[in-house]
Design a protein around this ligand. Sequence first.
Ligand SMILES: *[C@@H]1O[C@H](CO)[C@@H](O)[C@H](O)[C@H]1NC(C)=O
Length: 293
Amino acid sequence: MASFVWTLYLGFLFWASGAMGAAPKKPVDVPFGRNYVPTWAIDHIKYFNGESEIQLSLDKYTGTGFQSKGSYLFGHFSMQIKMVPADSAGTVTAFYLSSQYSEHDEIDFEFLGNRTGQPYILQTNVFTGGKGDREHRIYLWFDPTKAYHSYSVLWNLYQIVFFVDDVPIRVFKNSKDLGVKFPFDQPMKIYSSLWNADDWATRGGLEKTDWSKAPFVASYRGFHIDGCEASVNAKFCATQGKRWWDHRDFQDLNGLQYRRLSWVRQKYTIYNYCTDRVRYPTLPPECNRDRDI
Ligand SMILES: *[C@@H]1O[C@H](CO)[C@@H](O)[C@H](O)[C@H]1NC(C)=O
């Protein structure tokens, strides 16, 4: 019986990694309050259906945001978001993981709004030991304001993968062997916020927020967190190695995932710091690894 269950489990892992990448192993539809608390401007958050869905709003006085209750070292974190519709130029909706102290680690999704009918940009970044400047920018292959889509991060000792639905849009491999820091010992909290960034966000700051269209509203659901809760004992998480995300299937992307990643790179990339020779005359070391992908 036990081995039958084990076979089923392995079969599931195999299927999940082949078909869907970092398929969540825990239910994704958990209510907001299970994992998150509001951080600021709490009157700008509205709750629906027993907190299974929330809306953040931005007006000319303030934006708002929320954060996870726990801190985590490794795991899988996802959120379903419907971006600010219509004229969202100047607004930024962010979903990110960040550690607390000065030499911080951070894994960012930032959605830059646009004028009605013009495409959003998804900017991602990775900070390790306080060093960022690793922006990627892409267009999405769908309109992110029309329906919920899932945005997720898989983080283990081997790699950080950014997913949009089931598609890996970016991989940051552990390149410690090349002298690049990798987040492994600082727990991170998960944050989300909606704010005004019309000094840089849309067409580099040329398009200003049209406050006559306020409030700007982004909707959220699926407050899924499946990580090693580290507030208690970070070392325990770092040395575990036994959680599902440590399994061999999640140490690298599979063939299908690499094909999808290269599809995104070829068709949707606007900017990749690894190809910016003006900014980086010497290629950052992790980019050499990146290039093989
Ligand atoms: C907004 O639309 C313009 C025009 O299509 C485009 O150049 C730009 O990349 C879009 N996105 C942002 C966030 O500026």
